[in-house]
Design a protein around this ligand. Structure first.
Ligand code: ZN
Length: 618
């Protein structure tokens, strides 16, 4: 349970002479995408108060330098202007002042993502990290925020959606909100506009879903399905009470034409999705698109436990001005990616076959990337700031995904534990031990999982030493023994060539201006051996001009070992090379339930996908 629930309502607490830090935010010019923020520091450092805007937002491990969107800033005290000196790219220092210090600044908000801020005449959205300057030395003080509507008749119907505790504002109204400290202030995104709103109960808490953007979603259906997911998560971590660790939770959904993404917060999540991913009235089945949305919502909701409360020790207290390094994102993102879809089948929203199809896609994605041999998921986590979050043409060769491969490490550990303990223990036990040890009391203790601690914790939770497996699978690049492990639960894994055609160029292609371009030349494969590189444009093969369709038709008539004469441009220089075609690698996974798997495997399968002895999914 986070701090605010224990605090009396009606304003931030004034601790013994400690004045709260006070913010006022106004969408001052929606057409220019400008928020104006007034920050009042009641007791500034008289010698020169420093303020700074974060360089990154927790949950998205990349330096984003939000201060670059501050377009104007000024300071006053006791009715006089105070000089502001910029110390570095995101820090300002005010001159000497005697009384309260007030800063007024404007932030340009035109990033339609879950990570920053966005404002136009249809809605406003912001994360605190984009708009609220941190008052250095006063981060632990309570904060008050006055959220105001834009001025003008056309904004009359706007409301506010956030889980910031109200301090005078009516629920969903403009007005005064509060937070226990700066960390809490920036962990509650705020949406304003004419969103649709619906609510449901799960895990003993009120859950709301606010959808912005044009859509025709069946919100009652959404609430029913999300309630099952949320209840299943709560049950996993608190099997006795089945309670979620919060009183209120909010799904903030931005529905757009094309989009996908989510960011977790302590009692809410911001999601962006295609409006076609949301279920329409009358839709009966869980379509692939809707499954994508449910998987995203499930992922972010799982983070309520795993990363917002159970945290790597390195994130227990974030330094928002610079990179924070951990090798554990394969646990915090990988395990979350494992459980997001698993919860869909355990809650009965999708069947076992649909779940195995999802899993097969993840395995295929990991197997197609040569990067899994170049980098471990622990290294990928550590270097997330410069590699995973900043992909380039060589990323498939050089980077392993701590999400996708991390989820397969979770699968491999889970199946190992289940099969060695006859189904009496599982990865769920490790999640619960991390929860009781670190998560449940996180906001009062601020302790997290140590970098080297997981093997011992796992042993304590399940009674098995799996150090070698963790070393090889997470800290090394060994292939995961998925086929024999899946066999223990009666699932057969086979690899084939899928729809890759009879031959492989060993490259990922892209079409630009109707021309075929090499997007990535895979390490050691045909295109790279022939001397082709990312960015090269293929103009002719065996003397014939090619576009995407012509190339596909030509390759369909070739076999592995055949040679192609390729004409290509690198920049504006034409060159010729000879390319020897490879057989497509057998990377495409197929999973199916084995017929007559035996009593033991059947029982283990029920425990895995059903979450208990009964195993309701089907
Ligand atoms: Zn995540």
């Amino acid at each position: 349970m986070s701090g605010p629930a224990r605090r009396p309502a009606g304003g931030a607490v004034r601790r013994h002479g400690v004045e709260p830090v006070s913010y006022r935010i106004v969408p001052v010019d929606p057409h220019a995408h400008l928020f104006e923020i007034t920050l009042t520091i009641a007791q500034p450092d008289a010698e020169g108060q420093r303020v700074a805007l974060p360089a990154w937002i927790p949950g998205s491990y990349m330096i984003r330098e939000f201060a670059r969107h501050v377009v104007s800033i000024g300071a006053r005290s006791a009715g006089r202007a105070v000089r502001l000196r910029k110390l570095d790219k995101h820090t300002w220092q005010a001159g000497r002042c005697d009384g309260p210090l007030t800063l007024v600044y404007r932030v340009y908000a035109w990033d339609l993502s879950v990570r920053a801020a966005h404002l136009d005449a249809t809605h406003g959205f912001f994360n605190g990290t984009s708009v609220f300057l941190r008052v250095l030395g006063q981060e632990d003080r309570p904060c008050e925020v006055l959220i105001e509507p834009p001025s003008g008749e056309e904004y009359a119907g706007w409301r506010v959606a956030t889980t910031l505790p109200e301090a005078g504002a009516r629920r969903h109204g403009f007005g005064r909100y509060r937070a226990a400290d700066y960390d809490e202030l920036v962990d509650h995104p705020v949406e304003m506009g004419r969103f649709t709103l619906d609510a449901f109960e799960a895990g003993g808490a009120r859950h709301e879903i606010a959808i912005t953007g044009r859509h025709d979603a069946d919100t009652a259906r959404l609430c029913r399905d999300l309630a099952r997911i949320c209840a299943q998560h709560a049950r996993l971590f608190e099997p006795r009470t089945r309670r979620a660790p919060l009183e209120r939770y909010l799904f903030l959904v931005m529905a757009v034409g094309e989009g996908y993404g989510g960011l977790e917060h302590r009692s809410s999540t911001a999601l962006i999705c295609s409006r076609n991913d949301l279920p329409w009235r009358g839709q009966r089945e869980v379509s692939e698109a809707y499954r994508t949305f449910l998987g995203l919502a499930s992922h972010e909701y799982f983070h309520t436990w795993n990363v917002k409360r159970i945290r790597p020790a390195a994130f227990a207290r974030h330094d928002l001005q610079q990179e924070n390094y951990t090798r554990l994102l394969w646990i915090f993102e990988g395990f979350t990616s494992y459980y997001d879809d698993l919860i869909l089948v355990r809650s009965g929203l999708i069947g076992r076959d649909a779940y195995l199809d999802l899993l097969a896609k993840v395995i295929t994605g990991v197997m197609r990337g040569p990067g899994r041999r170049a980098q471990s998921v622990a290294e990928s986590s550590f270097d997330a700031w410069i590699k995973y979050y900043r992909p380039d043409e060589n990323s498939p060769n050089a980077v392993a995904s701590y999400y996708a491969k991390g989820s397969l490490v979770a699968l491999a550990l889970d199946l190992t534990i289940r099969s060695r303990t006859g189904g009496r223990r599982s990865l769920d036990d490790a999640m619960r031990l991390m929860w009781t040890r670190y998560g449940r009391h996180f906001f009062s203790r601020r302790e997290g999982l140590g970098e080297e601690e997981f093997p011992r914790l796992l042993e304590e939770a399940v009674g098995l030493r799996l150090d070698a497996q963790i070393r090889n699978w997470a800290y090394g690049t060994a292939e995961l023994p998925l086929a024999p492990l899946l066999k223990t639960v009666g699932v057969e894994l086979a690899f084939g060539r899928g729809d890759q055609g009879p031959v492989s160029l060993g490259a990922r292609l892209a079409t630009r201006d109707r021309q075929v371009e090499i997007a990535t030349a895979y390490s050691g494969q045909a295109a790279q051996r022939a001397g082709l590189s990312a960015g090269d444009t293929l103009v002719a093969v065996d003397g014939l001009r090619v576009d995407e369709r012509a190339l596909k038709a030509l390759l369909a008539r070739r076999k592995p070992g055949d040679r192609l004469r390729v004409h290509a441009f690198r920049r504006d220089e034409l060159f010729e090379c000879e390319l020897e075609l490879d057989a497509p690698p057998a990377t495409d996974a197929k999973l199916k339930l084995m017929p007559g798997p035996g009593a033991r495997a059947t029982r283990l399968l029920g425990g895995w996908l059903g979450g208990g002895r009964s195993g309701p999914a089907g």
